[in-house]
Design a protein around this ligand. Structure first.
Ligand SMILES: Cc1cc2nc3c(=O)[nH]c(=O)nc-3n(C[C@H](O)[C@H](O)[C@H](O)COP(=O)(O)O)c2cc1C
Length: 492
């Protein structure tokens, strides 16, 4: 058998390349169908000292010596004679796309979806690779992205027993004049049409049917007026606003006035204060780079280097505030002192958010800042009813929502959960996601010994461990969907 070390290494790296691509593309077994032959055929074996995680998906029966102790695996390497198994880049892309389309066809029925993470799992399997990358990624090393979620795992409940909880409901008091069926809303995100042509229409219709607000994004894929024509009458919402340039900022007051006058069902403006520039969305960039020419052109709109935002200041916020009677909420506040300042300058509220871990990495988890902020506002004599607090980032369960309400939030926003449910099952998917969260809340409130939202307070939660970042019980559902940042792929 002819065999040269250089060829072996070439083929080893090609397997790693495929391995790392299929890892981020999909965890379905069908995408991992490397064509290894049986041990008896003309194959060579090479023992490599590699971490088990690198080869998480190379679980073919020909992978030997899977001892955790040694952390070594034996990889089967084809020899020079086996040219028939070679696959060109185009063939591989085509195969992966065929396999994806097959998964789209065979996706689980909606009745098989039991929780929010299930939607994420299906989305990961069926979305085009670049779209999944744009939606799921955060900035830099994604510490904030992961901690957003994990922080909820450091808060435990202190339930009361023997309470009559037969009539429990999740309805809210009025928030900027809106009475919601539950204290959460669908937050604003750009890029939803990459997954569905009617993206934002599905979202607003589902929110309308379930009576929760939609934070209508500034970057809509429909003209605003056309979009609002289709909204359910009496469905009350919020509107998110950011500015790309000085001209847009100068026109800001007129824009807010127009919306206020024309659309009485929009009850507050959420203005971004977390976009002096885009965060370093490194994993997203890596994924797009790996797609080369086949990259979906729409994606380039979101590439960090091509989008620039305007750096606004407190003075700009004052001008915008004076231009409208509607409450202004700052979206993306990350420090309790800024929360206090926003209250002192007479704004309506703050949305504590690190943009779903997409802006400043190592920004603290919003739930932790929330706990500090409500306390600080009270210490400074600002009653809860006079200043609304919202958080978003990492919320995936009804229990997460309850924890946030206990710690002083009026309502919370969810982004990716509604993006994934819409991308996988359209409007019915979003409605189901909302119902799942409502049902989880009802059950958890009963178990907590609480019948209404306004009775939730800090006495129902233990936050002793909240500040110990990085220490949480493992969340297997979350971890299963989390994708590691890929290393640079070797050329084939
Ligand atoms: C794909 C995507 C696009 C987003 N686009 C915007 C945007 O255009 N404007 C904005 O204010 N926030 C945007 N966000 C941030 C969300 O409004 C929200 O802060 C975040 O998704 C909450 O975290 P979660 O996804 O873990 O729920 C985006 C988030 C994602 C995931």
């Amino acid at each position: 058998m002819s065999f040269r070390l250089t060829n072996v290494l070439k083929k080893v790296t090609s397997k790693f390349y495929i391995g790392s691509r299929s890892f981020v593309t999909s965890s379905s077994s069908s995408t991992r169908s490397f064509k290894y032959k049986s041990l008896s055929s003309s194959y060579l074996y090479l023992a490599l000292a590699v971490s088990t995680s690198t080869l998480l998906y190379t679980t073919s029966p020909t992978v030997l010596n899977d001892s955790k102790k040694s952390k070594r695996k034996i990889i089967v390497i084809e020899d020079d004679d086996d040219e028939e198994d070679e696959e060109t880049e185009e063939e591989r892309e085509e195969r992966l796309e065929q396999e994806r389309l097959e998964r789209v066809k065979n996706k689980p029925s909606l009745s098989q979806i039991f929780n929010i993470s299930d939607f994420e799992y299906v989305a990961k399997q069926i979305l085009p690779y670049g779209t999944w990358g744009y939606y799921s990624t955060g900035s830099d090393d994604e510490f904030s992205l992961r901690e957003n979620h994990y922080a909820f795992g450091r808060i435990f409940f202190r339930p009361r027993c023997l309470v009559d909880v037969k009539n429990t409901n999740t309805e809210t008091e009025e928030i900027f004049g809106i009475k919601m069926d539950a204290p959460f809303y669908c937050t604003a995100f750009a890029g939803a049409p990459m997954a569905h042509p009617d993206a934002e229409k599905n979202l607003i219709n589902a929110c309308g049917n379930e009576n929760i607000p939609y934070l209508i994004p500034f970057q809509l894929s429909f003209p605003f007026d056309e979009f609002m024509e289709g909204a359910k009458p009496n469905h009350q919402n919020f509107h998110q606003v950011h500015f790309y340039n000085e001209k847009q900022l100068a026109e800001g007051p007129a824009y807010l006035q127009k919306i206020e006058k024309q659309y009485p069902n929009i009850k507050a403006f959420f203005i971004n204060v977390d976009l002096p520039c885009l965060g370093n969305r490194e994993k997203d960039s890596k994924i797009r780079a790996s797609l080369d020419d086949s990259v979906n052109e729409d994606l380039s709109v979101f590439a960090s280097s091509k989008v620039s935002y305007l750096n606004i200041t407190w003075d700009d916020i004052k001008v915008l505030k004076e231009s409208t009677n509607l409450p202004i909420v700052l979206k993306g506040v990350l420090n309790k002192d800024d929360v206090l300042k926003a209250a002192e300058v007479g704004l309506g509220g703050c949305l504590i958010s690190n943009h779903g871990g997409r802006q400043l990495d190592f920004a603290m988890p919003p739930i932790e800042i929330l706990a500090q902020s409500r306390k600080l506002l009270r210490e400074n004599g600002i009653p809860d009813k006079d200043f609304k607090l919202f958080i978003d980032g990492g919320i995936r369960r009804g229990s997460d929502i309850i924890k946030a309400i206990c710690l002083g939030a009026d309502a919370v926003g969810l982004g990716r959960p509604f993006l994934y449910s819409m991308a996988t099952y359209g409007q019915p998917g979003v409605e189901k996601a909302i119902q799942i969260l409502k049902n989880e809340m009802i059950a958890d409130m009963k178990l907590l010994g609480v019948t209404k939202i306004s009775d939730l307070n800090e006495n129902y939660v233990d936050i002793e461990s909240l500040k110990y970042k990085g220490i949480s019980s493992s969340d297997h559902l979350y971890n299963y969907n989390y994708t590691n940042i890929p290393p640079p792929p070797f050329r084939r």
